[in-house]
Design a protein around this ligand. Structure first.
Ligand SMILES: [Zn+2]
Length: 328
């Protein structure tokens, strides 16, 4: 009997010890996980540092005259000054982008709450941009590579969910790509509040001298997980609403929502490279009828610039008014 009791006691003691160790293990595991999660969150927070919120930008605009700190807008007419971009018959995307950009810059410059910068003009790259590329070429490459590695790391930990299959490919960015990263780096260092990239679309087809099958405009914005994503969407929705009063959104299925989120489009800040909200507008397909006649095209480009400006005004100034048309 006594022997039995002592065995029972021994069992209880073992069970109790087991239970204690179990609790300790669970506690330690939790502490470890908590520290790990905390570390992960900290590193994610540094990488995805919150960019300017909608309210931050609107406050800056409201107080611009008083504080003498205008909203800094960077216009980036798409492609290189003398090559690249879509071409159709005699039309060149890079030239139309420049024309539209000049109209938009003029409208913005007339409003003292904005400071406007343009990455290139009819002579080539803006002189400040050209000097920046020359002086910082190596560090631009390092910057792009570092952001790419960080992005891959955050995908690995689950802090960033990958949507774009093309993201994190091994190819080194071309000089053209590096100049775009350079524009982001310059913008980050020069407190740019908003970047607008101006493009015209094209669709691959057998007979390049005949119009393609799709028409309409599209706005590309950064992934909402990136620092600048949510604010970029808010601005893009206002521009979309204005453009859609006159122009039809793209009928290409992949562009169908009209505002398309992208993780790997360099211009909108792939690998989280643009602190400022960055928006790319494909204003139309280059082969569309409205762009073929010179006089009509000139009016259309002016109007597209005006609608973009009005969209910005809806975001910055007329924000209490309802959206002209909701996209979602
Ligand atoms: Zn383009």
């Amino acid at each position: 009997m006594r022997k039995k009791k002592s065995r029972l006691e021994a069992y209880s003691a073992t069970a109790l010890l087991g239970l204690c160790m179990g609790i300790l293990a669970v506690y330690l595991a939790h502490t470890h996980i908590a520290t790990f999660v905390q570390k992960q969150e900290q590193s994610a927070a540094v990488f995805f540092k919150p960019g300017s919120s909608v309210a931050d930008l609107q406050r800056k605009y409201d107080r611009a005259v008083k504080t003498k700190k205008a909203v800094r807008i960077l216009l980036v007419p798409g492609h290189e000054p003398f090559y690249g971009g879509a071409e159709y018959r005699n039309l060149k995307e890079r030239e139309m982008a420049l024309e539209l950009s000049a109209h938009l810059a003029k409208l913005l410059e007339a409003n003292r709450r904005y400071d406007t910068f343009t990455s290139r003009n009819s002579d080539g790259w803006d002189s400040a941009m050209l000097a920046y590329f020359a002086d910082n070429w190596e560090s631009i490459g390092t910057f792009a590579q570092k952001q790419k590695v960080e992005t891959a790391k955050h995908i690995g930990t689950g802090a960033l969910v990958k949507h774009d299959p093309a993201m994190i490919h091994n190819a080194a960015p071309s000089d053209v790509g590096l100049r775009l990263y350079g524009i982001h780096k310059w913008a980050n260092e020069n407190d740019i509040d908003l970047s607008i990239h101006i493009h015209f679309n094209d669709h691959p087809r057998k007979n390049a001298t005949s119009p393609g099958k799709y028409t309409g405009f599209t706005l590309y914005i950064p992934d909402p997980q990136y620092s600048n994503g949510k604010t970029a969407r808010a601005v893009a929705e206002r521009i979309f609403a204005r453009l859609s009063q006159t122009y039809s959104p793209s009928d290409m299925p992949k562009e169908a929502p009209g505002i398309v989120e992208s993780q790997d489009l360099i211009a909108v800040g792939s690998y989280n490279t643009s602190d400022a909200p960055s928006i790319l507008v494909e204003y139309a397909y280059i082969y569309e009828a409205q762009l073929q006649d010179e006089a009509t095209r000139s009016l259309v480009l002016q109007d597209m610039a005006l609608q973009t400006y009005e969209g910005l005004q809806d975001f910055f100034e007329n924000r209490n008014k309802h959206l002209v048309q909701k996209t979602r």
